[in-house]
Write a protein that binds this ligand. Sequence first.
Ligand code: ZN
Length: 256
Amino acid sequence: MPRFVHYREDGLANWARLDGARATPLSGAPWLSASAETGEPRALDPGVWLAPAHPTKILCVGRNYGAHAAELGNEVPSEPLLFLKPPSAVVGEGEAIVYPVGQSELVHHEGELGVVIGKRARHLSEDEVEDAIFGYTVVNDVTARDLQRKDVQFTRGKGFDTFAPIGPWVDTDFVPRDQRITVSVNGELRQDGRLNEMVFGVPELLMRMSRVMTLEPGDVIATGTPAGVDVLVPGDVVVVEIDGLGKLTNRVEAES
Ligand code: ZN
């Protein structure tokens, strides 16, 4: 089960391949063919986990689970509703989600399956999709719902710094089927769905997205959230978990 982590140690960002509890350091991002092992497997406790991706963009889809579209009073769209989160929003496992006090009074969690792109891709055919995917990760598409509703488009509501937790690793063997995806806050279950409840599955999303824009290695696709989106407040600990993939944990802090 190859899993790759990205972390900061002694001030430097590094990648490693996980072998159980041990990690083998790599010379660069794992989707680069030039990346090579640079040391022996060793225990890893870096303190700072970085997102396991280098996104030039985080390309997201809205209303991709029927029950979630309905809970916000929306129809399921006839084609994927695409929007972007900026790379400046990315944080990793264990990092804080900073609550934009004074700007939003309604911040929501959205637990999602993330796809990490491994090859530059444009106009993907169905046969080419699998080859363009490096692996899968877990995403929390944190959203200022009040600002999303107020604005014509989603840039402000979805774009605050720290509103894109991604991690803890990227898994190159995971295959999305009907795995359970849950979000809990302070131990209380909030969102509970199955990946096969997506309206547009991963191949369909990547084909359609790559007709619009080039997908770059390290880009992250967020595939939509199941029902149960709910409020986050400073002090909360939010956990997004996908069975067989991993668990992404972040705490919410008030902006100081
Ligand atoms: Zn979302």
